[in-house]
Design a protein. Structure first.
Length: 258
């Protein structure tokens, strides 16, 4: 067995929404496999804290941070210009930035539901397109999109969130086919409830938590590191024949539904 199949040494990864939760866990996981990381988020203090923490844990690796709202096209372009200045192209793009506003479908304003699409879907599509010339500088590279089980079944969240994640899964399949000849693999992961700052308020309701756990065969909420492990695997050379896939990280939830 070639051990390099299970390493990311010399690779450069860009992770959005990386100041906390799944994004920060993905950055840590990729660093552990040998990659250098570029982390992006809107929250400057959270981003700096994440960078300091990661550098302390991986002093031999490069960790650079860029403050940007990837829902804004001008800032997306500035971000990719920054990445290009490193002069290494890009090996990995993880589209993790996202957001939600949970309401009944008839209660959304147009601006509200369009903003959910902007951050969850359009930002990932545009970043993938902008990153394509950087990714194709290498014989093989990969994009991993952070989707959701809500893009595959109803999970009592707002309709626009589920719609945007379903579209992200289809975007993953389309780009995987279109860019296979360019050496760019495109995959997604679809988490169920993961223990993050964003889910803490809902999971703090003991009755709701009981319902979640009853519909999760493994009987517990997932951890950010468990999503990060799936993301890292999809980036590894060992996964070189996997593209267009969406891996559920859900403790078996999708076998039940909600």
């Amino acid at each position: 067995m070639d051990p390099k199949r299970w390493r990311l040494d010399g690779q450069l990864a860009l992770i959005t929404g990386a100041s906390a939760g799944i994004g920060r866990a993905v950055a840590r996981e990729l660093l552990a496999f040998g990659a250098d990381v570029l982390i992006v988020a809107r929250d400057q203090s959270g981003l700096e804290s994440a960078r300091d923490e990661l550098l302390e844990e991986f002093p031999e690796r490069e960790v650079a941070a860029f403050v940007a709202d990837v829902a804004d096209d001008e800032q997306r372009r500035e971000l990719l210009d920054w990445v290009e200045d490193f002069g290494q192209g890009l090996h990995i793009l993880v589209n993790n930035a996202g957001g939600n506003l949970s309401k009944p479908a008839t209660d959304y304003t147009e601006d509200e539901w369009r903003q959910i699409f902007e951050i969850n879907l359009f930002s990932a599509f545009e970043l993938s397109r902008y990153a394509h010339p950087l990714l194709t500088r290498h014989p093989s590279s990969s994009i991993v999109n952070i989707g959701s089980v809500s893009g595959l079944t109803h999970v009592r969240t707002g309709a626009p969130y589920g719609m945007s994640k379903a579209a992200m899964h289809q975007m993953t399949r389309n780009l995987a086919v279109e860019w296979a000849e360019d050496g760019v693999r495109v995959n997604a992961v679809a988490p169920w409830y993961i223990r993050t700052r964003r889910t803490s308020s809902k999971l703090a309701d003991p009755d709701y938590l009981d319902e979640v756990l009853l519909r999760t065969p493994m009987g517990r909420v997932g951890e950010p590191e468990e999503v990060a492990a799936a993301v890292a695997f999809l980036c590894l050379p060992a996964a070189s024949y996997i593209t267009g896939e969406c891996i559920a990280v859900d403790g078996g939830f999708l076998r039940y539904g909600f």
